[in-house]
Design a protein around this ligand. Sequence first.
Ligand code: ADP
Length: 461
Amino acid sequence: MASKSRWADTAEDAALEAKLKHEKEEKKRIKAEKARKAEQERLEAEATKRQALQDQQQQQQDDRPPAKRRKVTPEPENENSIKLLRFEGGTWSKSRSVENYDKLNDIEEGAYGWVARAKEIKTGKVVALKRLKIDPTDTAGLPETGLREIQILKDCSHRNVVELREVVVGDDTSRIENVFLVLEFLEHDLMSVLSDMPEPFLASEVKTLLLQLASGVEYLHDRWILHRDLKTSNLLLNNRGQLKIADFGMARYVGDPPPAKLTQLVVTLWYRAPELLLGTKTYDSAVDMWSVGCIFGELLAREPLLQGKNEVDELAKIFELCGIPTDESWPGFRRLPNARHLRLPKTGTNTGPIIRARFPMLTTAGCALLSSLLSLDPDRRPTAKEMLQHGFFRQDPKPKHEAMFPTFPSKAGQERRRRRSTPNAPGRGQKAADLGNVDFSGIFASREKEERGAGFSLRMV
Ligand code: ADP
């Protein structure tokens, strides 16, 4: 076997060395490429995470008082709300125990809510205890409606808004059902009073109630709070003729202009404004004023004004009472998401509002106020401030003095109430109805035969 020359060895070695070097370099390049890719992926993941966090913050922002909302609330109240979000030191367990109260009787017990009359042991003061609701659709387990209710009630202090005294907890503070609002106790809610009273309210009494309602709503709207669930069962009445707005579970702060995307699924169906039913994404305090109009009608008629069976039926009932929308009565309504495909009857003598005919005993001023509150076009509804200035309240019969208001036997004071048959505010996970291609052309067919305004009367003072 021929021995290898040193040259040959060297040449071979050199080739091998070159090959190894090349391989090593290639390995290094692949490794660097891998590292670069990994770094890129890491950066992308970080960016996605940042975006998600920003989205989440935006979402929270949407659901909270905007940082730059006009400062109409005095500073100390804002301080309160910040403290409140931390729940007095960060945990429920820093709150007082519910054991400081003795339950007297249940007031309302339903699928989600529970309200009871109770007595503070130390002082003997009677209060209402309201259990914080669990939000069944919230996977994070946050009782958002309850938290909002606490935050907003803490910020409010007005004679026509129910007072939140404190938040108390049961033994197991990890369970949200063990958190209770301690509210001032009022003997009635307006819905129970209306359904039990043998005779309707006098015109002077209707005025007193409406003035108080408008006053409370003005206070909320001045502070950029939309209630979003005004209805007679959420208006409390005490035996001194005082009305107070309650149930802030659907309420929220809004800015100016209001957030671009607000949930349409607010307000109990019978009190829900037409723009919400037609799927508007932005809305304002006018949605509460529509509900105030519905409450006005209910105080007169002693039954809810627009008892739709579903969203389509609710719209049909609204159009029947308030007339079908036209480009004059509601400019731009066709642009609302659910309005594009509506088939409406041709406008004519028979398709206008019939509020006057439905309430024949109401004065012209009263009818003008009710009609303006029930304007299809939200921009034509009066604000609460404007409502308070309306001539209707200066006309005879004058608003009755609160101290002269009639008293009623209090069901809340003694016995458990029967469950209501009114619908509730929509749940969080619920979907808005799709009203595409709904045909409303037949809703006026029976109008000719209808006995207008039958069944309604107002006692005169
Ligand atoms: P929910 O959010 O479960 O509907 P609400 O706050 O509307 O709870 O209360 C339900 C009912 O409980 C009201 O319609 C009213 O009859 C009664 N209620 C609520 N708060 C009080 C209170 N402070 N005093 C007396 N009764 C109350």
